[in-house]
Design a protein around this ligand. Structure first.
Ligand SMILES: Cc1ncc(COP(=O)(O)O)c(C=O)c1O
Length: 568
C-alpha cells in the first residue's frame, strides 16, 4: 500500500472525472484501507495544529485571507483528496484560531476533550438524520434519553414521570436544536402560540397570524420582557416571528447585571394599568430570565421572575444557554434557584458541556407544551409517527446529541464537578489578580466564569476616586465634577481599546472586549476587557502572565500618551 504523507504533496493534481474514481470516494464496506491511508496523516495534521507554538490567531491579515479565497470559479475537474488535504492544512488550519489554547480566555468557545474528534467521525460516518425514525433509529432514542437527563437536571420531576416519558413518543420533553438561538426561538414560539391559542372560531395564531390574533384577542401589541443583558438572539427572534424588535422591552439591570426587579415590576404594573384603562390590550408573550448573561455571566433572580410571570399570566422562559451546566454540581445549583419553575429553558451543549459546535437544547417543564408547534407532513412525520421532527423548527438535523451524551458518560457528574470547580477557581484567581493590582479596576461581579475589568493606571484611579468622593459630599458643582469623570472615562475607554488592539497584535493571549453601561459610572458606557475562564488547561500562572503583559502594554500606552500631553 502506498503511504502518502501530507508534507510531500506539493503540486495539486487534477484529472478527468470518471464514475469509477468517484465511486471509490464513497464509503464502502470493503474499503477500510481508506481510513488507514489517510487517518494517520489527518490525526498528525490536527495534532500539529494543537502543538504548534506561536500566536493564537495566525499573523495573516484579513485582506491576505480574502486573497486566498477569492477564486470565483467552481472547481471543475476532480482533485486528489491528498492534495485538497494539503490545501486545507496550508490555507485553513494554519490560519484558524486556537480557541483551545489555555491562553485563549476571551470567548465561550474553548477547549474540547480529544475524544470529541472521534465522536464527530462516528456522527459523520453514520450520517443519521434525526428528523425521522426512518433515517435515525437508535440515535432517536439516544436523543430522547439525553433530553430526559437534562430535563430531570433542570425540572427534577418525579421518577415515575421520567420512567413514563423518557421514551414516550406521544410527548416531547424538549428538542435538540442547532444552537442556543434556535432553542430560544423554539421556546418563544411555543410561548407566542400559547399566548394566542385557538378559541371558538379563532384557529390560533399559528394559522391566523398576528393580525387576526390581535383582532380576535383585542390586542394592540405583544411584547417580550428581558433584561438589557439579554442575548441579541431575542431581538432576532422578535424580528423572525413578526413581533418586531421594538417590542422587546429591555429592562434595566442592577449593579450586578441582574434584571432590576423594581423596574420590571413597574413596567408590568404600567402594562396592567394600560390593560384596565383601555380596551386594546398589551400582551406579554414571555418574561425571559437570563442564567448566565453573555457579557458578564450573571444570573437573574429566577425565583422572583417566576412570581412576576404568574402575576402577569405569562410564559416564563429561562435562557440558560451559558449557565445551565452548573446544575450538574450540587453545591452550585442554588445559583440558578427558580429555574426548576420555568416553563421553558435553553441549554447549550457547545458551551459548558464542552461539546464542539454546535448543539443547543430547549426543554419544557410540561411534556405537552411542544404540541403548540407540532407539525406533520404526508411523506414523513405522519400524525401517528414517532418522529422527533414533528416538534422541531429545523428540518434535517445531525446526530449531534451523541457528543454531550458521550461526554456525560465519560466525565460523569463527578467529573463535571471537578471541571467546574477548576473554572470557578480560575475566575476567582483572575478577579483577585485584578483587585489586588494597582493598575486595574474590576467592572463586574463574576458569578459564572465571566469577569470584566479595565486597565486604569494607579494615578488615574486616584483622580477618579477623589472626584467621586467630591460628588458624594459636594452638591454645589456636581455637573462640573461629572464632566471631569466623563472626560477621564473617555480617555480610559480609548486607552483600553488601544490596549486590546495591541494585545491582539502581540497575539500571545486573547481576552475579549465589550462596553457596559451598568457600572458605577452609569449611564456612561465603559470599555471593559472580558475573560472567560473555563479551559481546564488554563492555570493561575498563565493568568498571571496574561495580566502582567496587559499591565506592561497598558503602561506603555499610558506613558506615551502622557508624554505627548506633557510636551504640548
Ligand atoms: C445567554 C445566551 N443565550 C443565547 C446564546 C446564543 O447561543 P448560540 O450562539 O448557540 O446560538 C448565547 C451565545 O453566546 C448566550 O450567551
Amino acid at each position: 500500500m502506498e503511504v502518502h504523507t501530507l508534507s510531500d504533496m506539493s503540486k495539486q493534481i487534477e484529472f478527468v472525472a470518471d464514475i469509477n474514481h468517484l465511486r471509490r470516494l464513497f464509503i464502502m464496506p470493503d474499503s477500510p484501507d481508506k481510513f488507514m491511508e489517510f487517518g494517520n496523516d489527518l490525526l498528525n495534521l490536527i495534532h500539529a495544529f494543537f502543538t504548534e507554538k506561536g500566536g493564537i490567531h495566525s499573523s495573516i491579515s484579513l485582506p491576505e485571507l480574502s486573497e486566498l479565497f477569492s477564486d470565483i470559479d467552481l472547481p471543475e475537474s476532480p482533485h486528489l483528496l491528498k492534495d485538497v488535504l494539503t490545501e486545507i492544512k496550508e490555507k485553513i488550519i494554519a490560519h484558524s484560531v486556537k480557541v483551545g489554547s489555555p491562553y485563549y480566555i476571551g470567548h465561550m468557545t474553548s477547549a474540547i476533550p480529544y475524544f470529541m474528534i472521534l465522536i464527530e467521525m462516528i456522527i459523520a460516518a453514520l450520517n443519521q438524520n434525526q428528523v425521522k425514525i426512518e433515517t435515525a433509529k437508535a440515535s432517536s432514542f439516544v436523543e430522547r434519553e439525553l433530553l430526559a437527563w437534562i430535563h430531570r437536571l433542570i425540572f427534577d420531576r418525579t421518577e415515575s414521570f421520567y420512567k413514563q416519558h423518557i421514551q414516550n413518543p406521544k410527548v416531547a420533553l424538549g428538542n435538540v436544536t442547532l444552537d442556543g438561538t434556535i432553542a430560544n426561538l423554539t421556546g418563544l414560539l411555543v410561548a407566542r402560540n400559547k399566548a394566542f391559542p385557538p378559541k371558538d372560531r379563532f384557529p390560533g395564531i399559528r394559522k391566523a397570524g398576528f393580525f387576526e390574533a390581535f383582532r380576535y384577542y383585542n390586542c394592540k401589541k405583544a411584547v417580550f420582557l428581558v433584561s438589557r443583558r439579554g442575548h441579541y438572539s431575542i431581538d432576532k427572534i422578535a424580528r423572525i416571528i413578526g413581533l418586531g424588535q421594538d417590542n422587546v422591552i429591555k429592562v434595566p439591570v442592577d449593579s450586578k447585571n441582574k434584571i432590576d426587579i423594581e423596574s420590571l415590576n413597574q413596567i408590568c404594573a404600567d402594562i396592567r394599568h394600560h390593560n384596565i384603562e383601555n380596551s386594546e390590550q398589551i400582551k406579554i408573550i414571555s418574561l425571559i430570565g437570563v442564567a448566565g448573561t453573555t457579557e458578564t455571566g450573571n444570573v437573574d433572580n429566577l425565583w422572583e421572575l417566576r412570581k412576576i410571570a404568574d402575576e402577569n399570566k405569562t410564559h416564563f422562559h429561562v435562557d440558560a444557554a451559558w449557565g445551565g451546566a452548573v446544575l450538574l454540581v450540587d453545591k452550585y445549583k442554588s445559583i440558578l434557584k427558580g429555574i426548576e419553575r420555568a416553563d421553558s429553558v435553553t441549554f447549550d451543549a457547545h458551551k459548558l458541556l464542552y461539546s464542539p459546535l454546535s448543539m443547543g437544547m430547549i426543554l419544557f417543564r410540561k411534556e405537552t407544551d411542544l404540541e403548540n408547534i407540532k407539525h406533520s407532513a404526508s411523506y414523513i412525520l405522519r400524525p401517528d409517527s414517532v418522529d422527533q421532527g414533528r416538534f422541531t423548527v429545523e428540518g434535517s438535523r445531525p446526530f449531534s446529541c451523541l457528543k454531550p451524551w458521550t461526554t456525560l458518560k465519560i466525565f460523569g457528574t463527578n467529573g463535571f464537578r471537578i471541571l467546574l470547580e477548576v473554572a470557578f477557581k480560575l475566575t476567582e484567581t483572575i478577579k483577585d489578580l485584578i483587585i489586588s493590582h494597582d493598575n486595574f479596576e474590576a467592572m463586574s461581579y463574576p458569578e459564572l466564569f465571566i469577569f470584566t475589568y479595565r486597565f486604569v493606571p494607579k494615578e488615574v484611579q486616584q483622580q477618579l476616586k477623589s472626584l467621586q468622593e467630591k460628588m458624594a459630599s459636594n452638591a454645589a458643582n456636581l455637573e462640573s465634577i461629572r464632566k471631569k469623570i466623563r472626560k477621564i472615562n473617555n480617555m480610559l475607554n480609548a486607552l483600553n481599546v488601544e490596549l486590546h488592539r495591541l494585545l491582539r497584535q502581540q497575539d500571545n493571549s486573547f481576552v475579549s472586549r465589550t462596553r457596559l453601561e451598568s457600572t458605577k459610572y452609569y449611564p456612561q458606557k465603559i470599555v471593559v476587557l472580558r475573560t472567560i475562564t473555563i479551559n481546564p488547561l488554563t492555570t493561575p500562572e498563565i493568568l498571571k502572565e496574561i495580566i502582567t503583559e496587559q499591565n506592561t502594554l497598558g503602561m506603555q500606552i499610558y506613558n506615551s500618551v502622557s508624554d505627548i500631553a506633557k510636551r504640548r
